[in-house]
Design a protein around this ligand. Structure first.
Ligand SMILES: Nc1nc2c(ncn2[C@@H]2O[C@H](COP(=O)(O)OP(=O)(O)O)[C@@H](O)[C@H]2O)c(=O)[nH]1
Ligand SMILES: [Mg+2]
Length: 215
């Protein structure tokens, strides 16, 4: 199992030219605002300061890159679903996400977060369409599982599975409140990039200097 030793903020980006230049495989996270993305990234990385970075005013609408163990990279994509967002902002958001999906060869795995209590929205489904259009590997993570009882949970799992076309048993259940789901997330990451992790000798990898990549 992947052992998280440390994670550091690398840089923020909007377009391709601003993405960090590295060979790290990237694991991207996306979801509606308030779905629990920051909380989940914190749980997985045991690191409270990272989410602080991504909730810094201005940075929530950017793509934020974090190096993990100097082995791979977590990518925090901007949230969506703000009722008040203008058409212009929505277009900008779409271009940013689609641009990342289209252009980033490092992208190894994509986690789409859905609140277990909600039926997936058009925006959620739009992301799924892009993922299959660009042939990207993804997993669906259900958040806030603690908020409903077992019966409701099973009902929601059935609805979400039907709406997304993802088999029930492939949905990853999480609750940051109950510290549930961290191992499942890391296992999924390992399934995807385990061979790559074994192939790199981390003793040779230079420490990332965040200032370098922000130039
Ligand atoms: N009960 C419960 N609350 C959660 C969970 N995950 C996040 N929250 C709460 O949901 C709100 C939004 O979480 P946050 O991580 O900031 O969402 P983000 O906007 O997607 O980054 C916060 O008040 C969190 O405390 C969870 O698993 N269970
Ligand atoms: Mg957040």
């Amino acid at each position: 199992m992947i052992n998280i030793k440390f994670a550091t903020f690398i840089t923020s980006a909007v377009k391709k030219e601003q993405y960090p230049q590295h060979f790290y495989k990237e694991i991207a996270f996306i979801g509606r605002s308030n779905v629990g993305k920051s909380s989940l990234i914190n749980l997985v990385l045991n690191n409270k300061s990272l989410a602080k970075v991504s909730s810094t005013p201005g940075k929530t609408t950017l793509i934020n890159f974090f190096a993990v163990n100097n082995q791979f990279c977590f990518v925090d994509l901007p949230g969506y679903g703000f009722a008040k967002r203008s058409k212009d902002e929505t277009t900008k958001w779409g271009n940013m996400i689609e641009g990342y999906l289209k252009n980033r060869e490092n992208l190894a795995l994509f986690f789409l977060l859905l609140d277990i209590r909600r039926t997936p929205t058009d925006d959620d489904l739009k992301i799924l369409k892009w993922l299959s259009f660009y042939g990207k590997t993804f997993a669906i993570v259900l958040t806030k599982v603690d908020k409903i009882n077992l019966k409701e949970r099973n009902q929601q799992i059935k609805i979400i599975s039907e709406e997304t076309g993802v088999p029930k048993e492939s949905l990853i259940l999480t609750s940051t409140l109950k510290k549930m789901g961290k191992d499942e997330i890391l296992k999924r990451v390992e399934t995807e990039i385990g061979d790559y992790l074994e192939s790199i000798d981390i003793s040779n990898i230079k420490e990332i200097n965040p200032k370098d990549s922000e130039k």
